[in-house]
Design a protein around this ligand. Structure first.
Ligand code: UDP
Length: 425
C-alpha cells in the first residue's frame, strides 16, 4: 500500500449491531462477524468504523471497542427495535447520516464493506455519491431463503433486485463458503467478482476449557450423554427436527440422555413464539425431564457448554455459513448438521462430524446415536474438528485475508487516480 493511503475501513451493518448482546432476536452470526472482523482488522493496523442503526434512546451513539475500532450508531427511523423486513424505507436517512458523520469528522470512506442486503443498498449509494469502493458479504441470500420458507414477505422482490445489483456492481463480493458462491452464480447472476473468505471464530476462547471441568462447572454428570443446540429461536433453525430426532434415539429411555437448548428469546416476539412452540413439542413428546432451556448464553459461558456436550447439532433448513458449527468444533465437540450451505464446507462428514438431510428426523436420530454410543470415535471427531478450525477458521486468518483484499482495492484506486493527476500537471 502507498504510504499516503490511510488504512481506513467502514463496516456497515444496518440491522446487525456489532456492539449488542448476541443470541437474541435478529442478533446472531452477522453481529459476531462484524464485531470480530472489526477488532481483528484494527489489530492489523486498520482504522475501523462500524456503522449500525440506533435502536433505542438508551444506546450510546459511539462505543469504542479498542483504540482503532468503534461502533457508531446512526439514526434511521424510530429509535426502537424495527424488524429487518421493515427497515428498507429508513435507509435514505441512514445514508444521509453517514455523509453527515463524514463531514463532521473530516473523513471520507474510500472503502466500505457492507453486510446483508439492506447495508448493500447503503454501500451502493455511497459508491454513487462519492465513489467509495464496495466490498459486500450477504450473510443470507434472498434467492435461497425464499426457496425454503412458506410465507414470502412483501419485501422479497425489492431484496432480490438489490442483491442482484450489488453482485454485479460491487468491487468485490465476499462469499463465506464455496456453496454460497455457487448459489450466487446459479440463483442471482453470472456477473460480478466473488472471493471466498470464510467466517471465523475465536480459537482461544473456544477450546479454552476441557470436558470434565466444563461438566463440573455446569453440574452435568460424567456419564450423561449431552446433545447441545445453540442459536436463535427461528423455525428456519430446525430445532423441531432435533427434538423429534432425540425422541427416536435408542438412548431415549436410558436416563442418561440430556438435551440442552441454548438461545435467548423475548415473550411475544417471533423468537418467543418459536420457543413456546418448541416447548410445546417437548411437552407433547414427554421430553421435559431430559430437556433444558438454558436461555441466552453469553460468549463467556458458551465455551463451557460446547465443551460439556457430547455432540452439537445444527439442524438448520438452510445456513449460509453457520458460526455455531465452527465454535463447537473449536471446542473439540463433533457437529451433526444439515447437509446444506456453508455447513457442507465446515463439517467434514465422518471426520469432524456428520451431515444429515435437513428436516429428516430419522437421519438425525441415527447420526446422533452413532456418535453417542461410540465415545472413542466421538473424541477423534472432536479432535479433528478442532484442528480444522485452527487451520481454516481463525478470526485472525479471516481478517488477514480481508486486509489483503482491501489493500488490493486501495491500490487499484491509487492506480486509477494516477492518470488523472498526470493530465492535471
Ligand atoms: N449465540 C450466542 N448466545 C446464544 C445463542 C447464540 O452468543 O444464546 C451466538 C453463537 O455463539 C453464534 C451466533 O450467535 O456466534 C449465531 O451465529 P450463526 O451463524 O450460527 O447463526 P445466525 O444467528 O447468524 O443465523
Amino acid at each position: 500500500m502507498n504510504s499516503t493511503t490511510e488504512k481506513r475501513i467502514a463496516l456497515i451493518s444496518v440491522h446487525g449491531d456489532p456492539a449488542i448482546e448476541i443470541g437474541k432476536e435478529e442478533a446472531g452470526g452477522q453481529n459476531v462477524y462484524v464485531r470480530h472482523v472489526g477488532e481483528a482488522l484494527a489489530q492489523l493496523g486498520w482504522q475501523v468504523d462500524m456503522f449500525t442503526r440506533k435502536g433505542s434512546t438508551e444506546q450510546d451513539t459511539i462505543v469504542q471497542h479498542s483504540e482503532n475500532c468503534r461502533t457508531i450508531r446512526l439514526k434511521a427511523g424510530p429509535l426502537e427495535f424495527v424488524p429487518r423486513d421493515n427497515l428498507f424505507t429508513y435507509l435514505p436517512e441512514f445514508v444521509e447520516n453517514v455523509l453527515k458523520f463524514q463531514q463532521e469528522n473530516n473523513i471520507r470512506y474510500q472503502l466500505v464493506h457492507t453486510n446483508y442486503w439492506l447495508s448493500s443498498w447503503v454501500g451502493m449509494q455511497l459508491k454513487k455519491i462519492q465513489g467509495s469502493k464496495q466490498i459486500h458479504t450477504y450473510h443470507s441470500l434472498g434467492a435461497v431463503k425464499y426457496n425454503t420458507i412458506k410465507t414470502i414477505p412483501l419485501i422479497a422482490s425489492q431484496r432480490l433486485a438489490v442483491e442482484k445489483e450489488v453482485l454485479e456492481t460491487a468491487e468485490r463480493i465476499v462469499a463465506t463458503s464455496p456453496q454460497e458462491k455457487q448459489h450466487m452464480r446459479s440463483l442471482v447472476s453470472t456477473k460480478g467478482n466473488i472471493d471466498i473468505i470464510p467466517c471465523g471464530t475465536d480459537i482461544n476462547r473456544f477450546g479454552s476449557i476441557g470436558r470434565d471441568a466444563a461438566r463440573a462447572e455446569l453440574g452435568i454428570a460424567p456419564e450423561a450423554k449431552v446433545v447441545l443446540y445453540v442459536g436463535r429461536f427461528d423455525p428456519r433453525k430446525g430445532i423441531e427436527t432435533l427434538v423429534r430426532a432425540l425422541n427416536k434415539s435408542e438412548l431415549r429411555d436410558s436416563h442418561n440422555l440430556q438435551l440442552i437448548i441454548g438461545g435467548g428469546s423475548t415473550p411475544g416476539n417471533s423468537d418467543g413464539k418459536e420457543r413456546d412452540r418448541i416447548e410445546g413439542i417437548v411437552k407433547e413428546l414427554g421430553m421435559s425431564d431430559l430437556t433444558t432451556f438454558a436461555g441466552r448464553l453469553s460468549q463467556d459461558i458458551l465455551p463451557t457448554y460446547y465443551a460439556a456436550a457430547d455432540v452439537c447439532v445444527v439442524p438448520s433448513h438452510y445456513e449460509p455459513f453457520g458460526l455455531v458449527a465452527i465454535e463447537a468444533m473449536a471446542s473439540g465437540t463433533p457437529v451433526i448438521a444439515s447437509d446444506v450451505g456453508g455447513l457442507q464446507f465446515t463439517v467434514v462428514p465422518e471426520e469432524t462430524g456428520l451431515l444429515a438431510p435437513p428436516e429428516d428426523v430419522n437421519a438425525f436420530a441415527s447420526a446422533i446415536d452413532r456418535i453417542l454410543i461410540n465415545p472413542e470415535w466421538r473424541n477423534e471427531l472432536g479432535k479433528a474438528g478442532r484442528k480444522r478450525v485452527e487451520t481454516k477458521f481463525s478470526w485472525h486468518g479471516v481478517a488477514t485475508q480481508l486486509s489483503e483484499l482491501y489493500t488490493q482495492l486501495s491500490q487499484q484506486q491509487e492506480q486509477t487516480k494516477q492518470p488523472i493527476l498526470l493530465v492535471a500537471k
